[in-house]
Structure formats: C-alpha cells, structure tokens
Design a protein around this ligand. Structure first.
Ligand code: AGP
Length: 611
C-alpha cells in the first residue's frame, strides 16, 4: 500500500512531489524516493519518512518540470535505501514507481537473469522495469508498446508511473487493482494514488479503471486499454476541499477525526433522513431495494474496523428487518469456496474502497450472481465501481490510519438500511420507525456531549498507559464495540488487547485477569444489563481493574468498577455509535502518552491494496 505521485508540466516538480508524498504518507511510510527527468533522470531515495527524505535532498540538484515520487509500504524486500522506489532498469532506459504486488516476479526475474540482467534490490518492481526495458531494446518498440507488452506478462496488482529516458516529455501511467487518478491542469498533468495530493492543484480528474494505460504529456493525454483500444477519458470534478485534508489545529488527524464525528454522522444523514424525520431514503439503493427486501440472506464482507461495523449490522438486520445475516472476513470468504445463492444480497463495507481482500471477495460473490452492494467512504474508489449499487458514507477524508469516523458512519448507514428494510418488510411499527429515526437524529448531539469528557478519558489513560495487556468485554451490540476498542488500542499503542463477548470470559480469558489487567466493559442499559453486572463482579473477584462504559446516572456499576465513563442513554441498537467514542479517545491518549506515531502506526497503512 504505497503512495505514488507524478507530475509533468511547467512548474518545478520537486515541491509538488514532496508535498504530494506528505499527503499520501498515510498509505505507507517506511521509505521514500523520487525521480526528476531533466535531460537525464536523477533518482534520489531514502529509508524513513518523507520529512527525512526532504531533509536528505534539500541541497541536491532537483531542478526539473517532470518527475515522480513514491512513499513505500514494504511487501517485497525490507525497508532500506536500495529497495525504496523509484527503480531504474539495468541499462537506464526506464524508471518506474509502483504500488501493488507482481505475484509472478520470481519467474520473470529468472528469465531476465538468464538474459544477463542483474538485480540490485529485492523488489518485484525492479523486475517489472527490467522487463519493460527488455522488450523495448529487443523489440525495438516505443516506450508505450514496451510497457503494454510487459504488463501483459504480469500477474498481480499495480499502479505505476513510468518514464523513458528517450521520451523525456512523456509519463506513462497504468493500473490493475491498485488505484490511480490523473489530475488535469492547464498545460500540466498530475498522477496520484488518490485525490489528496491533486486537489490543491486542480479539481478536474480522471480515475483510471483496471487495465487502463495513459500516455501523458504536458498538454495531451491518451487513454487506452492494455490491448491498445483507445478510450475517451471520463472527466470528473472533485467534491473535496483542501481544508478537509488538513489537521485544522488538532495535534493528530485521528483526534480531529474523532471530534468530527457529530458532523460526519450528520453528513451521512444528509439528504437521507426526511426533514420531518418520518422516513429514510437511500437513493443509491432504490433500484435494488426489491432484491434487498426479498433477499434469502444478507452476507456482509469487510476487513478490520469495517468488519466490526458489519457485525453491528448483523444485529441490526436480524433484530429489526428479521433477515438472516452472515458477517465474513473478506480474506477468508475469498478462499473458502463459500456457498452463495443468486438471491443473496452481499454488502461489502470498506472505508478506502480499495482493500484488496474485499475486492476479491466481491468478485467471488459476483461469480455466483449475488447482488453486491458497497458501503464506502472514498468517492471514485474501486469498490463502488465493482458493485451493483451502494451508499457513500460521506464522512469526509479519513487520514489517520486508525479508522474512527468511518466506523460510526458505516454503522449509521447500516442502521438506516436496517430500519428502511424493516419498514418495507413490515417488521416494525410506524411508531417505532419514527421514534428510531428521531433517536438516530439525536446521536450527533449525544456524541458532542461525550466529547466534553475528553479530559476524563485522558486522566484514565495516564493511569494505564504502561499496561501490557487489556481486555475488552461487551454483550450483544456491545460485542463488536469491544472488538473495535481492542483493535484501536492495539494498532496505535502496540499494547496487546483482546475483545470478547462478555459471557465468553468464563470459557478462558478469565485466566488472564489479575491486578495488572485493565478490563474495559461496555455496560450500558439493555436487556443483558444484569448479566454484564455479574461479569464485572467476576472480574473484580479476581482483582481485575474495571473501566466501565455505563449509561448516565448508573448507580450499580459505579459502586463496583474502578472507573465509570458515563454516556447519554440511547437505544441499544444505536449505542455502538456512542459507546465507541470513549474507547477511541482512551486508545488515542494512551498511544500519545507512549510516544507512538498515532496517525502512522508502525507496520500499518490506511488501505491494504495487496492480499
Ligand atoms: C482500522 O483502524 C484499520 N485501519 C484497518 O483495520 C481497516 O479497518 C481495514 O484495513 C479495512 O479498511 P477499509 O475499510 O478501507 O476496507
């Protein structure tokens, strides 16, 4: 999951690439590099963050108006200067940056070694650039034809930018599986993995589809398929504004995105809750609503936090729409040869819309003619283009690697859809339907209320920041929240944490409990309240430390638990939207106090575009 950027125009390329790499750094950040084409091609690359790279190159010759840059998330070859991108071909004709994985690189490498090619890095990308050069030299081909021929031999995923030393006024971009967007400016073009580095230069963009190749000059762009069929570019206008991808005074994007949730959930509602709060309209699903209402089963696919949102969806659809639901890890579903019926409806949930496992799982479901819907946040991403219909969460750009506002936006969409289906399937009364919609409409305000207690959560974080393990427990709708709370803590503070259905504790995890084990329990009022109180007593009986998320005014748990985090009352079905907030902030403060890079945690990247 790397970030790639390219520029060809009349402005100096260096500052454009450096700024672009900073905008893309959430995609991968273990090394960075750039190539500047100005007569010859100069390549600079360095292990570490983009800021280190900028420091490293500040006194170098970086003059030029054509170039490319790359920020890496290592797949083949450890993070070091040699494996960083760009990679140059053996005889210097081609330079490439690449996001993705060339799965058959070892076979191709052996063939090229047999032809005398030497390799200097451990990367699959160096194999690709040498393959392009091999065809260019031996086939006496143009750069474009050599690139197309080489890509026809490749198995795997790629988003690439290529330059040829013999055609210095041209950049070639191509994609398969990994995202790529081109920005159209005045006598200039930008190429990037997503719109973030482009929006400050132009809002006019072209999203490349799979197997597309673009031959790009300053004032000309030719779009083709890899089979040399000319395409007319689909020009789109970005709805994104630069402020949305700035920190806006917050110390970290994650904190900004946590505090944005009242607004992002309102944006998820916008145009979907009727003004009089009596109905829900999901325009993107109108033409598949019949299939949804009559679906034999709902299959929800996702990874990580999106999978957790799917679990909340399962409870919602089963309780309100009375529909059978299965929630699948996309990566497992992909290879399990699952049974999928043509009257199943599959919902693929993904913030980035680019997660490779989820994209592949969608292909599996489509093969069996199921109706496949998408719930995504990034407009123009691949999943919306691969599904039959869908809903955008409109949560705005989520830059912090740890997903926060996308989770609550995904759950909000699932709640609206479950409600709408229960109305259409007559499994809810008009009165309850209206009550539910108005309560949903109150959620942003209630989150505002919870965010006021940020300092309280910070104090608790200070007490437990040195813990080496945490346990998160919840029942029903709170079980996915327990999983989500544990994931947030793991991924940004590197503390080992596990989420469990509270009743499962007695079947093993209770053995972990002692006076050093903080146990976060989501214990707001609902039908299993008594049960969760007993679970808390079981933890206390083993000297465990209990941090309990409770409903405002709870009089029982506040007497047992070590810390209580009060939140406003709401329906259990909507409570994951409130109970997750204190858990997001707790993990955030613990990670900050441990000196972790909260927005770019080690070994992680924002969208996982390789399997
Ligand atoms: C969550 O904080 C992580 N960043 C990760 O688990 C993420 O949810 C997962 O990779 C799925 O990403 P997606 O929603 O973009 O498909």
């Amino acid at each position: 999951m790397c970030g790639i950027i390219g520029y060809i125009g009349s402005k100096q390329v260096y500052p454009i690439v450096i700024q672009g790499l900073k905008r893309l750094e959430y995609r991968g950040y273990d090394s960075a590099g750039m190539a500047i084409i100005n007569g010859d091609t100069k390549i600079y690359k360095k292990q570490g963050k983009v800021a280190d790279f900028e420091e490293h190159t500040k006194n170098f010759d970086v003059a030029g108006t054509v170039g490319m840059g790359h920020t890496r998330w290592a797949t083949h070859g450890e993070p070091n200067d040699m494996n960083a991108h760009p990679h140059r071909s053996e005889n210097g004709y081609f330079t490439v940056i690449h996001n993705g994985i060339i799965e058959n690189y070892a076979v191709l490498k052996r063939k090229l070694e047999a032809k005398g090619y030497k390799f200097h890095s451990d990367t699959d990308t160096e194999v690709l650039v040498n393959l392009i050069e091999y065809y260019y030299i031996n086939g006496n081909l143009s750069a474009e034809v050599a690139v197309r021929l080489a890509l026809s031999k490749v198995i795997g995923a790629y988003g690439i930018v290529v330059s040829c030393s013999k055609e210095p006024d041209t950049l070639i971009a191509a994609r398969k599986g990994s995202p790529l967007v081109i920005g159209v400016g005045n006598n200039e073009h930008f190429i990037a993995s997503d719109a973030a580095p482009i929006v400050e230069h132009t809002k006019t963009v072209i999203y490349l589809n799979n197997d597309n190749i673009a031959i790009i000059k300053r004032n000309e762009l030719t779009l083709k398929t890899l089979d040399n069929i000319k395409l007319s570019p689909q020009i789109q206008q970005l709805q994104l504004d630069i402020k949305a991808i700035e920190k806006d005074g917050y110390e970290h994007f994650m904190l900004k995105e946590i505090f944005e949730q009242p607004k992002s959930i309102r944006d998820t509602f916008r145009g979907r809750l009727s003004h009089d709060l009596t109905d829900i309209r999901l325009g993107g699903l109108l033409h598949v609503m019949d299939k949804l209402i009559r679906a034999r089963r709902i299959l929800i696919l996702g990874c990580g936090t999106s999978w957790h949102a799917g679990l909340v969806g399962e409870y919602l659809f089963e309780e309100y729409a009375r529909m059978p639901v299965e929630v699948e890890y996309a990566s497992e579903f992909r290879y399990r040869n699952p049974i999928v019926y043509s009257d199943d409806v599959v919902i693929a949930i993904s913030q980035s819309g680019e997660t490779a496992d989820t994209l592949s799982a969608i292909e599996v479901a489509k093969k069996d003619n199921a109706t496949v819907l998408g719930i995504c946040n990034v407009v123009g991403s691949s999943i919306p283009r691969e599904t039959h219909a869908g809903v955008y969460t409109h949560a705005g750009p989520e830059i912090g690697v740890a997903s926060t506002k996308a989770f609550t936006a995904q759950v909000t969409i699932l709640a609206m859809l479950a409600l709408k289906l229960s109305k259409q399937r007559n499994t809810i009364s008009d009165e309850d339907y209206h009550k539910f919609i108005s309560e949903l409409n109150n959620i942003p305000e209630k989150i505002d209320e919870i965010l006021q207690f940020n300092e309280e959560y910070k104090k608790i974080a200070a007490i437990y920041k040195d813990a080496s393990n945490f346990l998160y427990l919840g029942r029903g709708y709170y079980f996915p929240v327990a999983l989500e709370g544990a994931l947030k803590l793991k991924e940004i503070s590197y503390i080992h944490a596990e989420g469990y259905p509270a009743a499962e504790m007695k079947h093993g995890p209770i053995a972990l409990i002692d006076n050093k084990m903080p146990v976060v329990v989501i214990a707001t009022q609902d039908k299993s309240y008594e049960k969760i109180v007993s679970n808390i007593q079981e933890v206390k009986a083993r000297n465990g430390i209990v941090i309990a998320v409770v409903s405002k005014g709870d009089k029982v748990i506040s007497k047992i638990a070590d810390h209580v985090l009060e939140i406003p009352h709401t329906y259990p079905a909507l409570s994951s939207l409130l109970t997750v907030i204190p858990l997001q902030l707790l993990s955030y403060h613990i990670a900050v106090m441990r000196g972790c890079n909260v927005d770019q945690p080690r070994n992680l990247a924002k969208s996982v575009t390789v399997e």
